[in-house]
Unconditional design. Structure first.
Lengths: 429, 280, 253, 360
C-alpha cells in the first residue's frame, strides 16, 4: 500500500502548540487532524465566584497576543449584564485600543510570521541582513500600534486602564498630538505593506466556505459592535449566538469544532471582515487595494494576508479620525451588581470573539462562556487542508509540510486561547 | 563639576596578580595618573572603593605594606559582581579606585603595647598592613602574636609570607584550619580560631587585640578574650557593613549612630557594645 | 567570540511574555547582535538543538508531560530563567489549585476518568532556576536587564521591595489612601514602575511577593477597608497563590 | 513679643506687603529668570512642581507626599557616564545650571533642608547636592492650618520660623506678607516685586495678624512628642516589647522613609546600554525599611529582622542624627504618619516607650 504520513510536530510561527497529522493513502487523504495540544487552563472554572470587576483582568490572561480583545469583549458582556451604557468617549477609546491591537498584530503576523515563508526564510530574524529596511519598517509600524495601546491602555500586553464602565485613566493631550503626527507619517509604511502583500505569490487555492464577521452598516467598519453575519445569509444579534453557532468536540484535539447550525465550518478573521464589509473600509484602504489589484471578496484563505494589510491602512485612517475626536476625560460609570446574563462580541485581530457571563446579585460570576477566534477557525482550517493537500500530494514531504504550515499560518491562529474553553477529553497516554 | 568630586574614581592599573586561594587573589595596583599616585598614602586598616564601570563599586581593604609608595594591593575574595569582575582581570588591565577611606587600626594608641592579631579567612587582608607596619617600626611595639584561622590549608592567605613573618623579632604565628582535606599535609592546629587562645602568651592587660573575620568568629573571640581578662577598650574589631559611597553619604553602613565607612571600620569593643544597635 | 545561544520555551501560558520580547521593537536588532536566538517557535521554524547558554521559560508546569519537558530543558540550558509570573509562581493558571479539584474538572471535562492535569506550579517546583523575571506580563526593560547582566556574568539589579516605593519615587498618589482602592502594592515585588497605581488602578499583585512582605497585616487592613475574608483570599490567590507569603495573606480571617 | 523698639524697626524694614496681583506678577517675573517650583494642586495631591501659572499655586496646601528635598537630592540621579574603554565622562546633565527657586516650603521642610545640608557637607561635600543647594533660593510659606499628623512644635521646627529662608511668605486676609531672610531674598524682592505697602503701621498690623494665625495653629497641634531626654529613653528601650509588636503591623513597604524630608539614603547602581560597555552610574533613593538595604554578598543581612529595621528608622531620626550631626533628624512634618497605610506614628511609639497612655 502506498501510504504516506505527514507530520508537522510543532507548528512554528503560530501562537501556542499544535501539530498536524495527515495520512494519505494512494493519493487520497484518509485522515487529517489538526491537533491542538495546548494544555487547558480552566478559565471557565476559575472565573466562577470571582467578582465581575475582576473578570476583564483575568480574561485578558486567556491570550497574551490579543488581550485587548478579551478585555473589551468581557467588559462589554458584563456591561450588558449590568445594563451599563458606556459613553461616546469610552467607545472611542475602546475602538482605538482595539485598532491599535489590529495594527500591532497584523504587522507582527504579516512581516514576522507569514513573510518569511514567501521570502524563503526560516524566520524574520534571518531576514534582517538582506531585508533590514523591510524589517525596520515592520518594527516601526508595530511599535506605533503598541504605542497607541500603551498610551490608552497603559501597557502593550494586558492593558490596565479599561474597566467596566469606562477607563481609569486617559493619556495627556500632548501624547495624543504626537500620536496623530506619527499615525499620519505611518500612512506610507501601511501603503508599502499593501504593496508587499499584493506582490507575494499566494498559492492559488479557493474553496467554497462560509465566512462570518461582524457587520454594522451603514456607519462603520465593524470593530467592537454590530450584527454577526455571513456570506451565506446569517444575520443575528450577539445574544442569539448560541442559537446559531454550535460546537462539537472531536477526540483528536483540545480545540472544539465550531460550526454554523445546520451547516459546516466557517472562517472568521480579516478576510471574512474585508469580504463582508469591503464598502465600509476607509477610502484610502479601498484605493490601496484597487491600486494593487487586490479583489474582494476572495475565497482563497491565503488572501487573509493582503486583507490584513488593507485593514492596517484602514485602521490607521480610522485611528487618526478617532484620535482627533477625543475629549480626553477619564470616565467610569459606577457599576451596581445585579442578577443577569450579558453578551459581548468583538472583532479580535484574528476574528470573531464571544464572551458571555451569568452574574448573580452579589456581582459574582455564575457561568462563563467564551469562544475565541481560533476556536472558531480550527474546524475550517481542517476542512481547507482536506481540499488543499490533494492538489500537491505528489510533492516531496518537506514541501507538503511547508505548504500546510503556510495555510495554517494564513489564519494567524492562536492556539493557547483556542484551547481555553473547551470541554475536552484528555486521555492518559 | 570639579575634579574634587569624591564619587569619581581614578584609574588604577594591575601590575601583578597573585592567586592566594581558589577564590581569592591579591592584586597589586598603581594609579595611572602620576599626581594621584604621588598623593596617595594610607594607614593600615583603611579601604578603597574599587570600581568596575558597568558593574559597580565595592569597599576593599588595602592589604599591602603602607611603607610601599609605588604600589598598593588588595586581596579580593570572589563573592559577587564587583569582586567577580575584578578577579577576572589580568596584569595590565585598568579599573577604578577611590580612597583611602575609614579610620584604620589605631596604630598610635597601640604603640608600646603587645599586639595580638586574630584573623579569620579574608579578615587577614586588612591586618597584613599592620604586620608590615610593625615589622618596619619594630621598636615601637611590644610582642606580636598572630592567630589565623581558615577553612582549609588551601584557604590560607599569604602562605608564602609566613616564614618571613615568623622572622620578625618577638613574633609568633599560630595557624589553624577548620578541616584538612584528605591527603593534604598540615602541621598546625585543626579547629576554630578560638582553640588557639590557650596558646596566647601575651599579658591581657598590656596587649591590644586587633580582630577581623566573620562576625561569628569575632563574637566568640571577644567573649573568650573578655573571659581571659583582656579589656574591652583594648579589643579592636574591623567591622563590615553594606557600603555604597564610602564617604558617609549613602547611609547604608550605619551601626547605631556610627558610620562604618568613616567612624570605622575599626572600633573598640567598648564602643561597639554601647551602641543602640546590636552588632552580633 | 561566539554569541551565546538562547532558547525560548513555552509551557502553559498565554504567550504574553514571549510577545513582550517581540515588543522590544527598539532594542530587538541591537539585542540580536549580542545573542543568537536558536529556539523560538513563536517566531522561527528553526528548531535549534541544545545545549543553550540561556533558556527562557514561559508558562506554568501543569501536566506530567510538562514536568518531563522542563527537566529536559534544564539539562540543556546553562542558565535557566523563569519568564513571567506563570513560570515564577504558577501565575493565573494556579488559581485552579485553590478550587476543589472535582468542582474544577466537572465544569471542564466530560470524562472525569481521563483527567491528568497536575497542579499548576512555577518551574522551580521541579528544577533549579537561575533568575526570575517577574510580572504578568514581564516588564520588557527588566528582561533586557536580565539579558545584559547574564551576558556580563553578574547578578541583575532587580530590587524586590514593595511597589509602594515605586509609587512614592515617581510621586504617584497612593490610591489606597486617596481613593480607598484596596491595593496589593505594599506586599508586591517592584519592577513594573507601579504601573497600575499610576493609572488609578490598584496593584493586583501580578509580580508576586515583595521581599519581607507582611501579608497578614495587609490582609487585616484590606478588611478594615471593607473587603470580606473571601474577597481578601481571592486577591491573594490570583498570580502567586502558591507562594508562602500570599498563602498566608489568603488565610487571614 | 514684639516689644523692643529696634527689633520692631528691623522687622518692619524687612517686611513688605504684596497684593494678590503683586504676588502673581512677582512670581511671573521670577519665572523669567529662574526655574520656580511650588506646591501645585494635582488631581489627588498637592505636588511640588514647576510653576506654569502663578494661579495654580496651592497657597493653603496641607502637605505634599514627597518633600521638596527632591529638588536638591534627586530620587534618580546620574553621577556620571562612562564609555567603552573605561573613559569617565565627568558631566552631569541633571545638575541645574540655572538657579532654582523653591517656593512655598513650610517651616518643617525648610528645617529639613538644614538637616540635609549637614549630611551632605560633613567631611566630604556631595557635589551634586551642593551645586543645587547653592543654586536654590528658598521662599518659605507660613502654614495655613495644622493637620492632626503635624507635630513640628515638638521639635521647634514650626510653625514659626525665623531663619533658613531667603523670603518667607504669609498669606493674610487675601494679601501676602513677605519677610526678608537674606541678602539674596532682599535683592530679588526689591528687583522683581512691587510692594503694596511699606507703611509701618500697616505692616505692624499684618505682623499682629500673622502672630494670631500662628497661635491658632500652635494651639491646634495638640498631639505632641515628648522629646525630653529622648536619647536616654531610647538607649534604655532597645529591647522594649513594642518593637516586636510593631513588626506585626508594619508592612515594611518603605513608604515612610521615601516621603520623609530628612531621609537621604541612596543606592548606587551602574546601568549599561546594549553595548554592555558604555553606561551610567546612577544613584536612587533607598530605604532602611527594605530588606535588601543591609544585605551584603553571600546573602548575609545585618537587619533581616523587620523589627531591627523599624528600630533603625526611629533611632536614626530621634537618636543617631544627634550623635552624627548634632541635630535631631525629625522635623515633625507628619508625612510618615499620613502616608503610612498602618498609621504607625512616632508620637505613639515614644509615648508607649514612656509608658504613657496613648492618646488618640
Ligand atoms: C571595610 C570593608 C573592607 C573589606 N575588605 C575586603 C577585603 O579586603 N577583601 C575582600 O575580599 N572583601 C572585603 N570586604 C567585603 C567586600 O566589600 C564584599 O565582598 C564586596 O563588597 C562584595 O561585592 P560584590 O559586588 O562582589 O558582591 P555583590 O553581592 O554583587 O554586592 C553588590 C554590592 O553590595 C555591596 N556589598 C556587598 N557585600 C558587601 C560587604 N560585605 N560589605 C560592604 N558592601 C557590600 C557592595 O556595594 C557591592 O558592590 C570588605 C568590606 C568592608 C565593608
Ligand atoms: S497605591 Fe498601592 S503600591 Fe502605591 S503606595 Fe499606595 S498602597 Fe503602595
Ligand atoms: S502594579 Fe501590581 S498588578 Fe500592576 S503591573 Fe505592577 S505588580 Fe502587576
Ligand atoms: S511604618 Fe508604615 S510606611 Fe513605614 S514601612 Fe511600615 S507600614 Fe510602611
Amino acid at each position: 500500500m502506498n501510504e504516506k504520513k505527514i507530520k508537522v510536530d510543532y507548528m512554528a510561527r503560530v501562537e501556542g502548540e499544535a501539530a498536524l497529522d495527515i495520512t494519505v493513502s494512494n493519493g487520497e487523504i484518509v485522515d487529517l487532524k489538526l491537533n491542538v495540544f495546548e494544555p487547558a487552563r480552566f478559565f471557565e472554572s476559575f472565573l466562577i465566584g470571582r467578582k465581575f470587576d475582576e473578570v476583564p483582568e483575568i480574561a485578558a490572561r486567556i491570550c497574551g497576543i490579543c488581550p485587548v480583545s478579551h478585555i473589551l469583549t468581557s467588559i462589554q458582556a458584563i456591561e450588558d449584564a449590568l445594563e451599563i451604557v458606556p459613553s461616546g468617549e469610552t467607545m472611542r477609546l475602546r475602538k482605538l485600543l482595539a485598532l491599535s491591537q489590529w495594527i500591532q498584530s497584523h504587522t507582527l503576523h504579516t512581516y514576522m510570521l507569514a513573510l518569511p515563508d514567501y521570502f524563503g526564510y526560516q524566520s524574520v530574524l534571518d531576514m534582517i541582513p538582506e531585508h533590514r529596511e523591510l524589517v525596520e519598517q515592520a518594527l516601526r509600524l508595530k511599535r506605533l500600534g503598541n504605542d497607541l495601546t500603551v498610551a490608552i491602555g497603559g501597557r502593550e500586553v494586558h492593558p490596565v486602564t479599561p474597566v467596566v464602565g469606562g477607563f481609569t485613566h486617559v493619556p495627556p493631550r500632548d501624547v495624543i498630538k504626537d500620536l496623530i503626527k506619527r499615525f499620519k507619517e505611518a500612512r506610507k509604511d501601511a501603503q508599502n505593506m499593501v504593496e508587499i502583500a499584493a506582490q507575494i505569490e499566494l498559492p492559488d487555492f479557493t474553496r467554497d466556505f462560509e465566512y462570518v464577521a461582524l457587520t454594522s452598516p451603514p456607519q462603520e467598519y465593524p470593530i467592537i459592535s454590530g450584527f454577526i453575519a455571513s456570506n451565506k445569509g446569517l444575520k443575528f444579534k450577539k445574544n442569539e449566538y448560541r442559537k446559531n453557532i454550535h460546537e462539537v468536540h472531536v477526540s483528536h484535539s483540545n480545540a472544539l469544532h465550531s460550526f454554523v447550525k445546520g451547516r459546516s465550518s466557517f472562517m472568521v478573521g480579516p478576510l471574512a471582515r474585508v469580504n463582508l464589509n469591503y464598502d465600509l473600509l476607509a477610502g484610502e484602504a479601498r484605493r490601496a487595494a484597487e491600486r494593487n489589484g487586490l479583489k474582494f471578496p476572495s475565497m482563497n484563505p491565503f488572501y487573509s494576508i493582503p486583507a490584513r494589510a488593507v485593514e492596517v491602512v484602514h485602521s490607521i485612517e480610522t485611528c487618526i479620525d478617532l484620535l482627533e475626536d477625543l475629549k480626553l476625560k477619564a470616565e467610569q460609570i459606577p457599576a451596581v451588581p445585579k442578577d443577569g446574563t450579558g453578551f459581548g462580541i468583538g472583532e479580535a485581530p484574528r476574528g470573531l470573539l464571544y464572551h458571555s457571563y451569568k452574574i448573580n446579585k452579589k456581582g459574582e460570576i455564575v457561568e462563563a462562556d467564551i469562544v475565541s477566534p481560533t476556536a472558531h477557525n480550527a474546524f475550517n482550517i481542517e476542512n481547507d487542508l482536506k481540499e488543499f493537500v490533494p492538489k500537491f500530494i505528489s510533492l516531496p514531504k518537506e514541501e507538503i509540510q511547508l505548504k500546510c504550515e503556510m495555510l495554517v499560518r494564513a489564519y494567524d491562529p492562536c492556539f493557547s486561547c483556542s484551547a481555553h474553553f473547551l470541554k475536552i477529553n484528555i486521555r492518559e497516554r | 563639576m570639579s575634579s574634587s568630586n569624591p564619587y569619581m574614581p581614578s584609574m588604577v592599573k594591575i601590575i601583578d596578580v597573585t592567586e592566594e586561594t581558589k577564590d581569592t587573589k591579591t592584586i597589586k595596583l598603581t594609579f595611572v595618573d602620576d599626581e594621584v599616585r604621588n598623593k596617595f598614602s594610607f594607614k593600615p586598616g583603611q579601604f578603597n572603593m574599587l570600581t568596575v564601570l558597568g558593574v559597580g563599586e565595592a569597599p576593599l581593604s588595602i592589604s599591602s605594606d603602607p611603607g610601599e609608595k609605588e604600589y598598593f594591593s588588595h586581596t579580593i575574595r570572589r563573592v559577587g559582581n564587583v569582586t567577580g569582575a575584578i578577579t577576572k582581570l589580568c596584569v595590565g588591565d585598568t579599573f577604578g579606585a577611590r580612597g583611602p577611606y575609614g579610620n584604620g587600626w589605631p596604630m598610635d594608641k597601640i604603640q608600646d603595647k603587645n599586639i595580638l592579631i586574630i584573623a579569620g579567612g579574608i579578615g587577614l587582608a586588612p591586618l597584613r598592613p599592620v604586620i608590615y607596619s610593625i615589622k618596619n617600626e619594630r621598636e615601637n611595639y611590644g610582642k606580636m602574636e598572630i592567630l589565623y584561622g581558615a577553612r582549609t590549608p588551601g584557604d590560607c592567605l599569604y602562605r608564602r609570607e609566613y616564614d618571613e613573618w615568623k622572622k620578625i623579632p618577638h613574633t609568633r604565628l599560630l595557624l589553624t584550619v577548620d578541616s584538612v582535606p584528605e591527603g593534604m599535609e598540615w602541621e598546625h592546629d585543626v579547629g576554630v580560631v578560638t582553640l588557639l587562645f590557650d596558646k596566647i602568651s601575651l599579658n591581657p592587660t598590656e596587649t591590644a587585640v586587633l580582630i577581623c573575620g566573620p562576625e561569628i568568629m569575632m563574637k566568640f573571640s571577644v567573649q573568650k578574650l573578655l573571659e581571659m581578662g583582656f579589656k574591652d577598650k583594648d579589643i579592636y574589631l574591623s567591622m563590615e557593613r553594606r557600603m555604597n559611597c564610602g564617604i558617609s553619604k549613602c547611609g547604608l553602613c550605619q551601626i547605631g549612630p556610627k558610620f562604618v565607612c568613616q567612624d570605622g571600620p575599626v572600633f573598640s569593643y567598648f564602643e561597639l557594645c554601647n551602641l543602640t544597635e546590636k552588632i552580633f | 567570540m561566539k554569541k551565546p545561544t538562547v532558547g525560548i520555551f513555552k509551557f502553559t501560558s498565554d504567550a504574553g511574555c514571549q510577545l513582550q520580547i517581540l515588543n522590544l521593537e527598539k532594542e530587538l536588532l541591537e539585542l540580536l547582535k549580542l545573542i543568537d536566538i536558536a529556539y523560538f517557535p513563536m517566531a522561527s521554524r528553526n528548531y535549534g538543538k541544545g545545549p543553550f547558554d540561556i533558556g527562557f521559560v514561559e508558562g506554568a508546569v501543569t501536566s506530567t508531560e510538562e514536568i518531563i519537558k522542563i527537566k529536559e530543558i534544564r539539562e540543556q540550558c546553562r542558565i535557566l530563567v523563569a519568564l513571567g509570573s506563570c513560570a515564577c509562581y504558577g501565575g493565573i493558571a494556579s488559581i485552579k489549585n485553590h478550587k476543589p479539584q472535582r468542582e474544577l474538572e466537572e465544569r471542564v471535562y466530560t470524562d472525569l476518568t481521563a483527567v491528568h492535569s497536575t497542579k499548576a506550579y512555577g518551574i522551580d517546583q521541579y528544577v533549579k532556576v537561575d533568575a526570575y523575571v517577574k510580572g504578568c506580563p514581564i516588564d520588557k526593560n527588566e528582561f533586557v536587564e536580565v539579558v545584559k547582566s547574564t551576558l556580563m556574568e553578574i547578578k541583575p539589579n532587580l530590587r524586590p521591595h514593595s511597589v509602594c516605593v515605586e509609587c512614592k519615587l515617581r510621586e504617584y498618589p497612593c490610591i489606597f489612601l486617596t481613593e480607598g482602592k484596596v491595593c496589593m502594592g505594599p506586599v508586591t515585588s517592584a519592577g513594573c514602575g507601579a504601573l497600575c497605581p499610576s493609572k488609578h488602578r490598584a496593584c493586583e499583585g501580578c509580580r508576586g511577593p515583595a521581599s519581607d512582605p507582611n501579608t497578614s497585616s495587609l490582609a487585616r487592613t484590606m478588611m478594615e477597608y471593607g473587603l470580606t475574608p473571601e474577597e481578601v483570599r481571592l486577591k491573594f490567590i490570583k498570580y502567586a497563590g502558591e507562594t508562602q507569603a500570599f498563602k498566608e495573606g489568603a488565610g487571614v480571617r | 513679643m514684639l516689644q523692643k523698639e529696634n527689633e520692631i524697626s528691623v522687622l518692619i524694614e524687612n517686611s513688605r506687603l504684596l497684593s494678590p496681583n503683586g504676588m502673581n506678577e512677582f512670581i511671573r517675573k521670577l519665572s523669567a529668570y529662574y526655574e520656580v517650583y511650588a506646591p501645585i494642586k494635582g488631581e489627588k495631591l498637592v505636588v511640588f512642581e514647576k510653576v506654569e501659572n502663578p494661579q495654580d499655586i496651592a497657597w493653603d496646601y496641607e502637605t505634599t507626599q514627597i518633600s521638596p528635598k527632591k529638588f536638591l537630592h534627586k530620587p534618580f540621579e546620574i553621577l556620571f557616564s562612562f564609555e567603552d574603554g573605561g573613559k569617565i565622562i565627568n558631566e552631569n546633565k541633571d545638575v541645574v545650571e540655572k538657579s532654582q527657586i523653591l517656593l512655598g516650603l513650610h517651616p518643617c521642610d525648610v528645617r529639613a533642608i538644614e538637616i540635609l545640608d549637614k549630611v551632605f557637607t560633613k567631611r566630604y561635600e556631595d557635589p551634586y547636592y551642593m551645586k543645587r543647594r547653592k543654586n536654590s533660593i528658598i521662599i518659605a510659606l507660613t502654614c495655613s492650618d495644622a493637620h492632626e499628623a503635624c507635630y513640628c512644635t515638638s521639635f521647634g521646627t514650626g510653625p514659626r520660623i525665623d531663619s533658613g529662608f531667603d523670603l518667607l511668605i504669609t498669606t493674610l486676609g487675601g494679601n501676602y506678607l513677605v519677610e526678608i531672610g537674606s541678602a539674596r531674598g532682599r535683592e530679588i524682592l526689591s528687583r522683581y516685586a512691587d510692594a503694596l505697602s511699606t507703611d509701618s503701621s500697616i505692616l505692624m498690623e499684618y505682623h499682629r495678624l500673622k502672630n494670631a494665625k500662628l497661635e491658632i495653629i500652635e494651639n491646634k497641634i495638640s498631639s505632641k512628642m515628648d522629646t525630653e531626654d529622648i536619647a536616654e529613653l531610647l538607649e534604655q528601650n532597645i529591647n522594649h516589647p513594642l518593637w516586636e509588636n510593631l513588626k506585626e503591623e508594619c508592612l515594611a513597604c518603605g513608604s515612610c522613609t521615601i516621603v520623609c524630608p530628612t531621609c537621604y539614603c541612596f543606592t548606587i547602581i551602574d546601568k549599561v546600554d546594549l553595548t554592555l560597555k558604555s553606561g551610567e552610574r546612577q544613584r536612587v533613593w533607598d530605604s532602611c525599611m527594605l530588606l535588601e538595604f543591609a544585605e551584603v554578598a553571600l546573602g548575609v543581612n545585618f537587619r533581616s529582622e523587620r523589627a531591627a529595621r523599624i528600630k533603625q528608622r526611629v533611632y536614626h531620626k530621634l537618636y543617631s542624627f544627634e550623635h552624627q550631626y548634632y541635630i535631631r533628624g525629625c522635623v515633625g512634618c507628619g508625612r510618615c504618619i499620613r502616608f503610612c497605610l498602618k498609621k504607625i506614628d512616632p508620637r505613639k511609639i515614644i509615648a508607649e516607650l514612656r509608658g504613657e497612655p496613648i492618646e488618640q
